[in-house]
Design a binder for this molecule. Structure first.
Ligand code: ATP
Ligand code: MG
Ligand code: MG
Ligand code: MG
Length: 567
């Protein structure tokens, strides 16, 4: 590729609204452009990286025996009604109507569509197990899209779904997927950790997340320095506004997932102190959320209402109101404006509490009980029982070593789903003995577009991105100095370009009429791993300069050795 015929789109200025380094560098290096909140265009260099990540994911999924399909982004509401998630899912689900007033959703995930497909296409035990995957666009109306493509509203996910006759068979595929994920993150060249996680709004019994370690991560993960133990931490400290979060100390959930289907069951199970009066929870928006504040109203009968208002009063500490009327008065909401919402923010407290709406944590006043906000009405609850304070340096829960706590970016998540969807949607096959049996399921997600940002968080310096070779947009930057003034340089550079191209090496030939300094800066910013500089003085000796982007080391190469060195 010649720079002069390419859309380089690099920029010098650091964009003011980009908080984390990966977001800044993705804009500056010309990888993405924002269209609207959480919506990004992938520019040519960004797309090259995205495709590389997708390619590695695809190869490892294929190797592990998964089969690729492609499902629609737009999904009919009927399927979501069948599974129960039409009611459960909450405001992240974007609902749309067609011209006939029929309801549809933009798919945030595809359990319903795949279960419907397998129900229709797979009828015999002989066709099992089967593991189907796609690499495709998802839409989630995130409460707070941020950090560029790290938390977009539209993003690329690899999602796989496996179907089995037995738990043992599911566990085998789960292990295979776990291994495939390790292979993927190793090949990309990321420092990552698999951790035990809660099953959130997807449901199921067993789940692991894969985290890329980075200070900008939104989750805390706790792991033992002497054993395999690692878990996601649900944090008290998430209550602090973004940007000024305290050093990671955390509330960790140490007990296995209990099941409760309703708030009432939850209250009973954990013997929670809930008064039969109306309570209000004030959620303070972060800087990004602007002035919007959200109030949650918990009623004595454990129903929850949500009120959004632009002009809630500033509150230093959580407020308690005695009645719905008082709340309406406080926020200036007229009668009728307090509509019921989905129960995806269950918060139970003996007194008014504050909680953070997008970090998934809520606490009652004594700080003992934490609830994951992603909990939904008919979904297995995350681990919420005996929650203890843990801190870095504590002994670990499995009796080996001490705990370290680090920030992580969730780049993958695998679940043993069980029969949640297959039961609700009657997805089964005829067994060997001729009986109809409902299938058990697993599902496995990877944030393909998020990985691009996560990789930059781990691989950059003050000059820009440093791509791991496996996902670099180009392998080589060919930089001729003052080519437009020197015929000799032009000739040598063109010849090298041809050689490299013919050898199948992805090379960006910077043939712009720019000063060398500008070219060096752009190629470094873009993070191209190997630079070859063609200059007058070295050509006298039939040599060019090679520079390694990561180490900064330079060396001279004979012209006829360049290809073998790069290969
Ligand atoms: P998060 O906790 O970050 O909101 P999630 O747990 O809701 O993620 P999953 O339902 O587990 O996400 O989806 C599988 C993967 O998709 C995640 O592990 C993550 O890598 C990616 N992902 C989820 N939401 C987004 C988003 N808004 N933007 C980019 N990638 C995302
Ligand atoms: Mg989410
Ligand atoms: Mg998550
Ligand atoms: Mg997840």
């Amino acid at each position: 590729m010649r720079s002069s015929q390419y859309l380089l789109a690099t920029q010098k200025e650091t964009p003011a609204d980009a908080e984390v380094i990966s977001h800044q560098l993705m804009l500056r290096a010309g990888l993405i452009r924002k269209l609207a909140s959480g919506l990004y265009t992938w520019l040519p260099s960004g797309l090259r990286v995205l495709n590389k990540v997708a390619g590695i994911v695809r190869e490892e999924m294929d190797k592990a025996g998964a089969i690729e399909v492609l499902m629609p982004v737009v999904q009919p509401a009927d399927l979501w009604q069948e599974s129960g998630r039409w009611e459960e899912y909450g405001p992240e689900l974007l609902r749309i109507k067609d011209r006939h007033q029929r309801d549809f959703v933009l798919g945030p995930t595809h359990e319903e569509v795949i279960t419907d497909l397998v129900k229709r296409e797979v009828s015999s035990y002989k066709q099992l197990p089967i593991n189907l995957y796609q690499i495709q666009t998802k839409f989630r109306d995130e409460v707070r899209p941020r950090f560029g493509v790290m938390r977009g509203r539209e993003f690329t996910m690899k999602d796989a779904y496996s179907f089995h006759l037995s738990q043992e068979c599911l566990e085998k595929t789960y292990q295979d997927m776990y291994q495939a994920y390790c292979n993927i993150f190793e090949r990309i060249g990321l420092e990552y950790r698999p951790v035990i996680a809660d099953t959130g709004s997807i449901g199921g019994s067993m789940s692991h997340e894969f985290h890329v370690l980075a200070a900008s991560g939104e989750d805390d993960i706790a792991f033992s320095n002497a054993s395999e133990f690692a878990a996601n931490v649900e944090m008290a400290e998430a209550l602090a506004p973004a940007g000024e979060r305290a050093a990671p100390t955390a509330e960790m959930q140490l007990v296995d997932t209990p099941k409760a289907k309703t708030i009432n069951e939850l209250v009973e199970q954990f013997n929670l102190p809930v008064e039969k009066t109306i309570k209000t929870l004030i959620v303070k928006g972060s800087e990004e959320a602007g002035s919007e504040l959200v109030a949650l109203l918990v009623r004595g009968d454990h129903e929850l209402n949500e009120i959004k208002a632009d002009k809630l009063p500033e509150v230093a500490s959580p407020l308690t109101f005695a009645s719905e009327e008082e709340i309406r008065a406080a926020i200036g909401a007229g009668p009728g404006s307090l509509g019921p919402v989905n129960l995806n923010m269950p918060v139970i407290a003996d007194r008014a509490v504050s909680l953070c709406s997008d970090f998934g944590a809520g606490a009652n006043q004594d700080g003992k009980h934490y609830f994951n906000i992603n909990w939904e009405r008919d979904v297995a609850l995350p681990k919420v029982a005996d929650i203890r304070n843990v801190q870095a340096g504590d002994p670990s829960p499995d009796g080996r070593g001490t705990l370290e706590i680090k920030r992580g970016i969730e780049v993958g998540h695998i679940f043993q789903l069980g029969e949640k969807y297959s039961q609700a949607m009657n997805c089964g096959v005829l067994t060997e003995s001729g009986k109809h049996q409902v299938l058990t399921m697993g599902c496995y997600g990877i944030g393909v577009s998020r990985i691009v940002a996560a990789a930059i968080e781990q691989n950059h310096d003050k000059y820009g991105i440093i791509w791991p070779d496996a996902i670099a947009p180009f392998k080589v930057a060919l930089i001729p100095m003052n080519m437009h003034k020197s015929h000799r340089i032009q000739e040598a550079a063109e010849a090298l370009y041809k050689q490299l191209q013919q050898a199948g090496i992805e090379v960006l030939f910077d043939d712009r009429k720019e000063r060398p300094g500008v070219m060096f800066a752009d190629m470094e910013l873009m993070g191209i791993p190997h630079h070859i500089v063609v200059g007058e003085r070295n050509l006298d000796e039939n040599q060019v300069e090679y520079k390694c982007r990561r180490s900064g080391e330079k060396q001279l190469l004979d012209l006829n050795k360049v290809l073998s060195f790069i290969q």
